[in-house]
Design a protein. Structure first.
Length: 458
């Protein structure tokens, strides 16, 4: 305590990408995690003073700058504006506001993001950078408490976990005979979380009133519409906030505990859950009884949530494919006539393939004037990101999909090169994908996927 600084040390800002502040935060998080893991009744009563420590705020700003840099809030202040104003001055003033309890969150800017279905929009709430920095700091402090409690069946927005782990678990459950699947869809989950019930969950691990008051400020911050009108917020946590994914996981943790409880109706019916944020599937070994389905509805009703019946499906994996997180799960027979066994095939869904085709089309159509080298660089970034997500060693089968993508890309590159000049690119238009792979450094998708699979297998 004696060596703890209560001001922003300017030396920490010399190299924002330095691992020094990151390591200091991680050391504190490990201590808090171990303490919470050892004592299930442990509650953090003094976190606000840690929130004001210099390295916590510096690391918080660095992470927001790196991962949540898109968009400005209602004040229109960008990161470049803050750095022109003076990062040290900005963080020092913010630290003073937090220490004196004079910090007040600003309204969130409401943004509409179009969904895949025409006419539907996803509502985002974009906080100011100042609010994002404080949200990140609070998230770093309270996340270890809940990580010690979260179930292994939850995979979304958690450290060292991701969509690929959820896909692996689903395939494992299918191999173990859990063929009956309840694919759930929650209606506007982030917008309907009841604040009072969320705080009941939060108080299981946090008793620091200052931290709880900060969270309450962010949850009740009004939304600013395009015309400047402010709308009062009575429920939900705004998508776009730094701390929103953690709060959403904390609230659905109550549902995870019910399903995984050995004495619950779900466990007695041998039903497992795999959850990624607000998307979850229940996997059983037998038909879902009316009792189980009505019990599930009653739980959601008590939690103040609504299951979208139109988008929720109950299926048997041998009769219908499961679509989850961009993957398709289906049971197929072997290609060899002598083999009568059935196999679980996990591959990118048609919707995921269509999204990739749309991204390729947008990239090529809007940049006909580009030279080949920068276009190859952008295509490589797009293809590598897609393969890194969908190529899971010993789990997914993407070779047929890659062949379709190569044919599509070959045709699109032919059209793109033709539009750049008939004479100049005549030779390149002959098998353009293969030619650009050989001569211009375009990614060989099949080779990359095989090398990635071999590297993971080792």
């Amino acid at each position: 305590m004696k060596n703890r600084t209560t001001y922003i040390d300017a030396s920490l800002l010399v190299s924002p990408s330095s691992a020094m502040t990151d390591e200091q935060v991680r050391v504190f998080q490990r201590k808090l995690y171990i303490r919470a893991k050892q004592d299930k009744n442990f509650k953090a009563y003094s976190l606000h003073d840690k929130l004001c420590i210099d390295y916590v705020l510096v690391e918080s700003y660095r992470r927001v700058r790196q991962n949540y840099s898109k968009g400005t809030g209602v004040d229109k202040v960008s990161f470049s504006d803050i750095e022109k104003y003076g990062l040290h001055k900005f963080l020092t003033e913010l630290q003073t506001e937090l220490r004196t309890n004079t910090y007040q969150s600003a309204p969130v800017r409401r943004v509409e993001i179009p969904k895949e279905k025409k006419g539907e929009f996803r509502m985002l709430g974009i906080p100011t950078i100042k609010d994002r920095v404080v949200q990140m700091a609070v998230k770093m402090l309270i996340e270890p408490l809940w990580e010690s409690d979260f179930k292994d069946t939850s995979y979304g927005f958690r450290p060292k976990r991701g969509a690929q782990d959820a896909i692996k678990q689903i395939k494992k459950n299918i191999y173990e005979g859990h063929y009956f699947i309840y694919d759930a869809d929650l209606s506007k989950y982030f917008d309907t979380i009841p604040h009072d019930k969320l705080f009941v969950m939060l108080k299981e691990r946090i008793t620091d009133k200052n931290i709880l008051n900060l969270i309450r400020q962010w949850l009740t911050a009004p939304k600013q519409m395009k015309n400047g009108e402010l709308i009062k917020t009575e429920s939900g946590t705004p998508q776009g906030g730094v701390i929103s994914p953690l709060l959403s996981n904390i609230y659905l943790h109550a549902f995870d505990r019910i399903v995984t409880n050995p004495n619950s109706k779900f466990s007695k019916a041998n039903i497992r859950i795999v959850r990624y944020a607000d998307d979850f599937v229940l996997m059983g070994t037998y038909y879902y009884s009316r009792e189980i389905l009505s019990y599930l509805d009653s739980i959601m009703k008590r939690m103040g949530l609504t299951i979208n019946k139109a988008k929720t499906t109950i299926l048997h994996i041998h009769k219908k494919s499961l679509h989850f997180l961009g993957f398709e799960f289906l049971v197929t027979r072997s290609k060899f006539s002598w083999n009568t066994k059935k196999y679980t095939c996990v591959r990118p869904s048609m919707k995921s393939r269509s999204k990739l085709f749309a991204a390729i089309r947008e990239l090529l159509v809007k940049r006909r004037h580009w030279k080949i080298e920068p276009m190859v660089y952008r295509l490589n970034s797009l293809l590598i990101g897609w393969l890194n997500y969908f190529s899971i060693s010993k789990v997914t089968h993407i070779w047929d999909t890659i062949k379709v993508i190569v044919r599509h890309l070959d045709y699109k590159l032919f059209k793109w090169l033709k539009s750049k000049g008939r004479k100049a690119h005549k030779l390149l238009r002959q098998q353009p994908y293969k030619t650009l792979v050989t001569n211009k450094g375009l990614l060989d998708m099949e080779k990359y996927a095989r090398l990635k699979t071999l590297a993971k297998a080792q």
